[in-house]
Design a binder for this molecule. Structure first.
Ligand code: ARG
Length: 370
């Protein structure tokens, strides 16, 4: 969800903190501690204009934020989010080390663990840490004389990295560097060590020619550009990951015309009639491409979920939330899968898209500022 950072206001900060603390401690069955905790927060804000979360508040707040993420179909697992507290990291090198630890912990040799690493929040309206990357691991995109090489979605960010002296090899799958900003300093760039980047070559269970497309994708999607808001505090650097739904890769990253755009080649190799929409060649090619993604992640032992299973898990989440007497909010346009949407229960329901906090919010891309 896009929402500008609320202007810094100590009174509003206390009100937000109090609302969060009441809900958080009630959910954790620790109501007895609420009044003392509120008094401490009030005193801290009066004295310093700021307050700090305890680890338990931070961890539960990050989990509530996941639970409130209207566009996410993976929310059944919100209580299993592993929280790494890196609020001490106070220079770019320390932040980079924290991000390396995140990649290693979350990847877990393929048995992906949903993980968030939380860096210093804004203090009295001043941003402390910001990651310029969209995801920790993402492929570069280059404009060349023979068209775009790599991921077209990364063109602007890649150009920024090049302007800072970074150079990729020029393949379709060059991993971009981490770009880490502390306060108002110029960001620093860090290469990610290869051994921290799990990747999956894409093969098809039946079509041997599929290898020749030389497709691959990375294992763990770690969204790193969103702002986590808990109790009025703004965590502008709080990268988090779950695991992929196969359609994100097979029906979007590889299939969109403005991304890797491989459907025409898959269709041709399958011998389909790609000259007429009426042959439904795109639909056939999409299904085989998505089967290849699921098969390949399984083969490499990297966690992935298909969209039917993900929808069932979301149905279970809805059931559990009802049992806990909470309303599930959701954004239908994002919850339905991009392949065979009407085969999932999500398609046939309505969802209330109200935005609750704690939550994760979009932030403007710093490298695109005018
Ligand atoms: N759709 C994004 C991508 O293809 C990833 C977003 C997060 N996805 C997730 N399963 N946690 O890279």
């Amino acid at each position: 969800m896009h929402a500008p950072v609320p202007a810094y206001d100590p009174d509003a900060l206390y009100e937000e903190a109090a609302a969060f603390v009441r809900q958080c401690y009630a959910e954790l069955d620790r109501e007895a501690e609420i009044e003392d905790r509120l008094a401490a927060i009030e005193a801290s804000i009066a004295e310093t204009g700021h307050y700090e979360h305890t680890f338990d508040e931070l961890a539960h707040g990050a989990r509530m934020a996941w639970r409130n993420s209207n566009r996410c179909i993976g929310r059944l697992f919100w209580q299993r989010l592993h929280v790494l507290d890196e609020r001490d990291a106070d220079d770019a090198e320390a932040v980079a080390d924290g991000l390396y630890r995140h990649l290693e912990y979350a990847t877990n040799d393929g048995a992906i663990r949903p993980t968030i690493t939380i860096f210093k929040p804004m203090v009295r309206g001043e941003q402390q840490v910001r990651l310029w990357n969209y995801q920790l691991v993402r492929y570069a995109g280059y404009e060349t004389d023979d068209g775009i090489v790599g991921d077209p979605d990364s063109l602007a960010f890649t150009e920024y990295c090049q302007s800072r002296g970074w150079a990729g090899e020029g393949t379709d799958y060059d991993v971009l560097p981490l770009v880490i900003q502390l306060r108002d300093r110029e960001p620093k760039l860090f290469e990610i060590p290869d051994e921290l980047v799990a990747e999956v070559p894409i093969r098809h269970p039946d079509y041997e020619w599929f290898d020749e497309l030389e497709l691959k994708w990375y294992g763990v999607p770690v969204v790193s550009n969103m702002r986590l808001e808990i109790g009025g505090l703004q965590y502008t650097a709080a990268p988090f990951n779950g695991w992929y739904v196969a359609t994100e890769i097979g029906a979007r990253n590889f299939a969109d015309e403005y991304r890797y755009d491989v459907l025409p080649e898959v269709g041709d190799r399958m011998g389909l009639d790609t000259s007429r929409d009426r042959s439904l060649w795109k639909d056939e090619a999409l299904v085989e491409l998505n089967k290849a993604v699921v098969h390949s992640y399984d083969r490499e032992g990297v966690t992935i979920v298909d969209h039917h299973t993900a929808a069932r898990q979301f149905e279970e989440f809805e059931k559990r939330e009802a049992e806990a007497d909470r309303e599930v909010t959701g954004d239908w346009t994002w919850l339905i899968p991009p392949v065979s949407p009407a085969t999932t229960h999500v398609f046939h329901k309505k969802y209330d898209n109200e935005i609750r906090t704690p939550n994760y919010f979009y932030q403007d891309a710093p490298h695109e500022d005018g």
